[in-house]
Write a protein that binds this ligand. Sequence first.
Ligand code: ATP
Length: 585
Amino acid sequence: MLKLWRNYLGRHVGQVTFLFLIQVCQTILNLYLPNLQADIINDGVTAGDADKVWNIGWTMMAVAAGQIVLNIIAVYFSTRIAMRLGYEVRKDYFANVETLSLQEIETFSAGSLITRATNDVQQVQQATMQALLIMLQAPIMLVGGIIMAAQQDGPLTWAIAIIIPIILIVMGVIMGNLGPLFSRLQTKLDAINRSIREQISGIRVIRAFVREDTERRRFDETNNDVFRVLLSIGRWMGAMIPTMFFIINLSTVAIQWFGGHRIESGEMGIGSLQAFIQYLMIIMMGVGMTAMMSVMLPRAAVAARRINEVLEAESSITAPKNPFTNPSAHGTIEFKHVGFSYPGADDPVLSDISFTAEPGTTTAFIGATGSGKSTIIRLASRMFDVTEGEILVDGHNVKEYDPAQLATLFGAVPQKAVLFQGTIRSNLKYGNPQASDEQLWEALRIAQAEDFVREIPEGLDAHVAQGGTNFSGGQKQRLCIARAVVRRPLIYSFDDSFSALDMATDRKVREALEPITRNATQLLVAQRASSIRDAHKIIVLDDGKIVGEGTHEELMAQCDTYREIVESQGGQGPDIEELSIEEEA
Ligand SMILES: Nc1ncnc2c1ncn2[C@@H]1O[C@H](COP(=O)(O)OP(=O)(O)OP(=O)(O)O)[C@@H](O)[C@H]1O
């Protein structure tokens, strides 16, 4: 928490100092009021001096008004500073998350990253606001209250010396139990966020398989966990307030009783007893504020630690000091004995993968699900770093490139079509922000998406909902293909990118792509053997290893796994063009 405050409140030292000065003045005025009250009763009312009553009364009014004005200023500045802190933390947080590689994002998990950016930042923001308001006020109230009470009646101060340690012990016990509960709460909130995210994004599958009850039960378990922790927190918080009031009321009765005896014996004025009780209340308020801070701070400290973890996280995929710039890039990709394990996984997903993909050729990957096809595509553009061997692009290790520059060589169409909230234009311009409308329409034409976009009255300005949910699977896939085409990259990677297209559209897209990809390097993952039989090179994967490499004919002759795949899909049969012509007929 301190680190976060140092970094972010440090940027507003002027405002924070001004706020602290206001708080000191306000608290001094607050401490002065009971003193005036004692004077008005002792020297004015009891002595029957009306002038004194008026004079002190006016002073009390002025002091109270001053205190109110200062309080308003303090609330304004503490809110402003805390909101600014939240804004700046969120801004830096998001900027840093954007720089992280998939490796770190998967380690944190998307659900936890969202909770940290929302719930955790809010906790810190609220704690900061309260801290700015009461952190300086509480100790002044405590110490100042004791001094002022002692001035009213020294001998009665022993009562305060007994009451404060009792309250501190009670608070200590309650806070000691609340701290670990808040840590647990944050972890449980992460879990509930993950669960909500998964279930909402998978709602169609849940409905299709009628799994609502199972999912509801799974959610109930997570929800119950949060409920149980909140209940425990509520119990301790609930115990705190009545306990505090019990101690305060008991103390007031004790002070009235002892004070009454001292008034009777003429050692104390009535006004002084009134003031003494008021100072006791101020001291208790100081203790209460400290207690409130000690509830809020541990919780905010947990949140601050989680935010700091993300703010300080560094991408494992970084640019070298002097990145290699390639003025005449061709797009040759070479895998040399590549091995790879996902972060946290024990077993390698890929072992000893070696191949070269040249410009003007298509290298296709086929194999059972989970055999590592998509992983090869991800490694080629350095979304993860290999754990063994090396990957070269145009003869240079991908680690020699600036990752951002390397990414511009690729036009990737991912397995899961990803679109962003905005318009068709804004989504296509991800491929090339400078692209003209003509270029966007041409890309749509190549991706066989022109017709359905033209049918929408807004055309390129048609709204794309979050995640592209207002488009069908095939439409989304075609928009993703168009986005890659807009870039006109040297390397195209199609990760099962035609799976949602019918045979006829699949053929049309491939035909339209042919002229623009003719000189590019193409990496193509496909499930259908018929889709890749024309590839210059087909690599057959089995359990992360290459078990065959060659053209369709070569593999049919030499590779059992490939032959099995082809036969399981209906034998050599007609290729995709023949199939689609039949389908159209
Ligand atoms: N982000 C990840 N974290 C951990 N393991 C992963 C991750 N992504 C994939 N894997 C694992 O790596 C293996 C290879 O996955 P990959 O997605 O490369 O297979 P694939 O051949 O493309 O499969 P499919 O044809 O089903 O898309 C699988 O066993 C999978 O469980």
